[in-house]
Ligand binder design. Sequence first.
Ligand code: AVI
Length: 326
Amino acid sequence: KFGLQSEHQQDNISQTIQKFRQEVLEDLGNTPKKLSSKYFYDSIGDNLFQQIMAMQTYYLTNCELDIFKNKTADIAHFIKADEEPFDLIELGAGDAMKSSYLLRRLIDQDVNFSYMPIDISGNILSLLKTNLNKSIPNLEITCLKGEYFEMIDQATALSSRRKVVLFLGSNIGNMELEEATQFCSSLHQKLNVGDYLVMGFDLKKHPQTILNAYDDPTGITAKFNLNLLARINRELEANFDLNQFEHYQTYDPLSGACRSYLISLAAQQVIIDNQHISFLENEPIYMEISQKFSDNDIRQLAHQSGFSPISELYDSKNWFVDVIWQ
Ligand code: AVI
C-alpha cells in the first residue's frame, strides 16, 4: 500500500491518517457539527485552491501581489533593518509567487540572507526549490517540510541568524480570533529582539465584494468545500453522498467573520470507519472562517500578542494590508 516508502515515512502516514480520523469523528459527533479547513489541502484541494486564486472575484491574491510588486522597496527597507544577516522564513510558502518579488529585490541588492520556506507539502517544496533555483540562481534555499512551529524550531537549530517570518495570504484569517491571538503569541515567544513578522490581512470592505469572493457562481468554492467530504470518503472509508450537501456562505459585516457551511439537504446517515453519523435535514457542518479585519482589529492583535507594529503597506484599493511587526 505504501510502495517504496521507508518504515519511518509509513509511520508518519499512518499517524497522520489516525489523527485525521480521530478529529473528523469527534468534530462530526458534536453539535454543532464542524470540520477543520486545514484538511482542505490534499492534492485535489491544492488544485481547487489554485483555481480559486485565479478567479476574478477572489481579489485577495491580486491585492497582495500588488503590494509585493509595487511596495517591495518598503518591505525590503524595513526587514533589512541594520543590514544584519537574516533568515527569511515563509510559513505556508506554496509557490512563493508573491514573495519571489521580495526575494529577487533582496538578491539584486546583495543583501545577506537565506530563504527558508516551510510547507506541509513536500511536493510543493521541491517544485518551489526547482523553480527558484532557475529564476533566482544566487538564492540560498533551505526547505523545511512540516508543521509551522516545529519547523521554526528546526530553523533556529540550523542557524543562529536573526529571523524575518512571512505569513501571507490572510492565512491568519482561517483561525478563530482567539486562536489567531494564541498563534501570534506563540510566534512572538519563538522570536527575539531584532526579528520581524510580515503578515497579510484581508480588510473589512463592502460585504457584497467579500461574498462574491467566497460564493462564486462558477461553484469552485463549493467544490473546494465538498472536496473535504470526498477526501473523507477516499481516506477514511466513508460514504458521503456529495449531492446531498450544499455550500452556504455568510458574511457578518459587524464582526468581519466570513464563514462557510455545508448544509445537509436531507435527513441522512453517513458511515465513517464503521461509525454512523446522523444528519437532520438542513443541518449545517461549519467548514471554515475567513476573518476580515479593520486597522483597529489588527493593532489589537499586535498588542495582545506582544508585537510592536512598524509599518502597514496597503494595495492600491485599500482592500488588503501587509503589516510589519517587530
Ligand atoms: C487560504 N485562505 C486564506 C483562503 C481564504 O480566503 O480564507 C482559503 C479559501 N477558502 C475559500 N476560498 C479561499
